[in-house]
Design a protein around this ligand. Structure first.
Ligand code: NAD
Length: 336
């Protein structure tokens, strides 16, 4: 099938080309992001492949549908950037890769937690600079700390498992309980209780109207003094301005992020020679107790291989008229 791949970086091309040796689709790569203005590039392609910063709003989708696109194949798990209702209305199929490697994200989450806990981000630079002083590097142990996991699906439950291995007490909040949590000795509590009792809060729920700014000024006020907040899920789960105020007051003792509210203007690009215009983001970089990575939690060789294989498997199934394994929205049966 002819597939227009958007937001292509060299690593996407490498892993997609590799996976396509067996899938055999006709891939055409575009570096541009897909949005209403760039949608004409996909003219005549029955399928497009997109990533987290492509904007498939109702306008972009109607342009694509008019041009003959019937399949939107997301090469990621989250789908908050696609207007699913509009896709359904337009009779399009939308697929994603629900579980390529939850381990990749869970392990990166724990890497961020440990970096903050042991001040690795500061120690690394100090040692390279010949500064072996320990002042300012006092760490905290995870053993016996209370970790609050918000969202206990594939990634959240793995984070819980790893943190339980460190000897953390596990508290969890989710709209659906996962028996794995209780088998680890964890306990489901209300969100209020989790906020009040956790030394460390880590977010693993999807972004939806219900979870937008889940960590608001009010939620921050209800947290333990000096708690650590970690977000490797989606940036808009957190009110960043409120988080900055909490860092300044000391209410928040540490922050680790792999995602950021306005990341679409920054992440995945080399901006090292430019002046970053986002004052909220640059303010966060000034805190000694903040560690940020640029949406790289998913980025491992195993995950990239799985993402590309699963994405193309969705395309193959669609082409053959079979239900794609990562189906989100099914194409309307013509005339039905
Ligand atoms: P999942 O669907 O397995 O788990 C999500 C969990 O969140 C589910 O248990 C669900 O019941 C729960 N949930 C839904 N609404 C909730 C609410 N209002 N409050 C509390 N819990 C709620 O998904 P997953 O594979 O574990 O992924 C979790 C998130 O991680 C994704 O939505 C995605 O945004 C993010 N993610 C980030 C990266 C990265 O590279 N940083 C990579 C993959 C996924």
């Amino acid at each position: 099938m002819k597939l227009a791949v958007f937001s292509t970086k060299p690593y996407d091309r490498q892993f997609l080309d590799e996976a396509n040796r067996t899938a055999g689709h006709a891939l055409v790569f575009f570096e541009s992001r897909l949005h209403a203005m760039s949608a004409p590039l996909a003219n005549g392609y029955p399928a497009v492949c997109v990533f987290v910063h492509d904007q498939l709003d109702a306008t972009a989708l109607s342009i694509l549908a008019r041009q003959g696109t019937r399949l939107i194949a997301l090469r990621c798990a989250g789908f908050n950037n696609v207007d699913l209702r509009a896709a359904q209305r337009l009779g399009m199929t939308v697929t994603r890769v629900p579980a390529y490697s939850p381990n990749a994200v869970a392990e990166h989450t724990v890497a961020l937690i440990l970096a903050l806990a042991r001040r690795l981000h500061k120690a690394y630079n100090r040692v390279r600079d010949g500064n072996f002083a320990l002042d300012g590097l006092l760490g905290i142990e995870l053993h016996r700390r209370t970790a609050g996991i918000v969202g206990t699906g594939k990634i959240g439950s793995l984070v819980a498992k790893i943190l339980a291995g460190f000897g953390c007490n596990i508290l969890a909040f989710d709209v659906v309980k996962n028996p794995e949590i209780e088998s680890l000795g964890g306990r489901y509590v209300s969100l209020d209780e989790l906020l009040a009792l956790s030394d460390l809060i880590t977010l693993h729920c999807p972004l939806s109207p219900d979870t937008f700014h889940l960590i608001s000024a009010d939620a921050l006020a209800r947290m333990k003094q000096g708690a650590t907040l970690v977000n490797t899920s989606r940036g808009k789960l957190i009110d960043t301005a409120a988080v900055i105020r909490a860092l300044k007051s000391g209410k928040l003792g540490g922050l680790a992020l792999d995602v950021y509210e306005e990341e679409a203007d920054l992440f995945f690009e080399d901006l090292s020679n430019r002046v970053i215009q986002d004052d909220i983001f640059t303010r966060m970089l000034t805190f000694p107790n903040v560690v940020i990575t640029g949406h790289q939690a998913f980025f491992t060789d195993a995950a990239m291989r799985a993402i590309c294989e699963e994405t193309l498997a969705n395309v193959t199934a669609f082409e053959r008229g079979l239900p794609p394994p990562g189906l989100l929205v099914a194409e309307k049966v013509r005339g039905g």
